[in-house]
Design a protein around this ligand. Structure first.
Ligand SMILES: Nc1ncnc2c1ncn2[C@@H]1O[C@H](COP(=O)(O)OP(=O)(O)OP(=O)(O)O)[C@@H](O)[C@H]1O
Ligand SMILES: [Mg+2]
Length: 273
């Protein structure tokens, strides 16, 4: 993997994400209530919870896509008031521009930031090489597999050098084999760039494999139910799934998520029957 000169180093000093007492309602529907979470620079946190509990809403609030009171979300002490290049987002649906080539897709961010065409393309090439897709720079997204498109999505987020990387079920649409490879790939990238990562998934195995810390959200209105440090070796060994610590953490998460999913189900049945 090529070194990414502008980033790297072992002790990241930036990317401290603070979410303090976040509450969001859509109309009269309270979706998030008193949600609090601090993610340290360079930490990898996975957010888990039943479907509809507000995981994407939390991510969107951090990305600046959902208006929140300015005091509730901050990065390195700066209040989030809207989208910004300090936060990169990777979506489940790859959301690439279909009419642009892979290279143009990745170069788009730096161009918007005022880089010259040549500089933006050179930065894009660096990050495409980083995700192993430089050979596909001139292809259009539709001609790539889902996993490849998602790697372009990751390159597109990383090229802006975000201190916080937000990922909303980025591997949810991939087959199990590709997902496993993408997870390994992502950890290797993360070990090099040391960005802070907030990663949403509903796959407990994926969360435990990736994260330093797993945060489980309650049934709506979503708040933090469990904040669990994952005490597994890094780099993750091949047999990590067989370790007793993995099994214990998985049991704990599974019990809680099952309980919260049941609450969502009961709530929906009461309200819509
Ligand atoms: N823009 C919006 N307008 C109105 N309601 C919304 C909006 N965005 C989300 N919601 C509602 O907020 C709740 C939480 O949605 P959200 O997408 O954050 O959940 P989630 O935990 O990401 O779910 P999933 O696991 O299915 O992706 C849902 O009830 C959803 O219908
Ligand atoms: Mg979601």
């Amino acid at each position: 993997m090529p070194a990414v000169a502008e980033q790297g180093g072992s002790a990241p000093a930036v990317g401290r994400l603070e979410i303090h007492d976040l509450s969001i309602r859509f109309g009269t529907n309270p979706v998030i209530e008193n949600f609090g979470l601090t993610v340290e620079p360079g930490e990898f946190v996975c957010l888990l919870g039943p479907s509809g509990c507000g995981k994407s809403t939390v991510l969107n609030a951090v990305a600046g896509f959902v208006p929140v009171e300015s005091v509730t979300v901050s990065v390195d002490g700066r209040p989030v008031k809207g989208p910004g290049v300090d936060r990169g987002m990777v979506f489940q649906q790859y959301s690439l521009f279909p009419w642009k080539t892979v290279l143009e897709n990745v170069a788009f961010g730096p161009r918007m930031q005022g880089a010259s065409r040549a500089k933006a393309r050179s930065m894009a090439r660096t990050y495409l090489e980083f995700v192993g897709l430089l050979a596909f720079a001139d292809r259009y997204p539709a001609t790539l597999s889902g996993g490849m498109q998602q790697r372009v999505g990751i390159a597109r987020a990383l090229v802006n050098h975000p201190s916080v990387l937000l990922m909303d079920e980025p591997f949810g649409a991939l087959d199990a084999q590709t997902r496993g490879l993408m997870q390994e790939n992502l950890l290797r990238l993360w070990e090099e760039i040391r960005a802070t990562v907030l990663f949403v998934t509903h796959d407990i195995d994926e969360a435990l494999y990736l994260a330093d810390r797993v945060v489980i959200m309650s049934a709506p209105p979503g708040r933090v139910l469990l904040n669990l440090a994952i005490d597994l070796p890094r780099p993750r060994p091949d047999d990590v799934f067989a370790l007793p610590a993995f099994a214990a953490a998985k049991r704990q998460c599974l019990t809680l998520i099952r309980q919260e999913s049941q609450r969502v189900f009961d709530h929906q049945r009461r309200n819509f029957s």
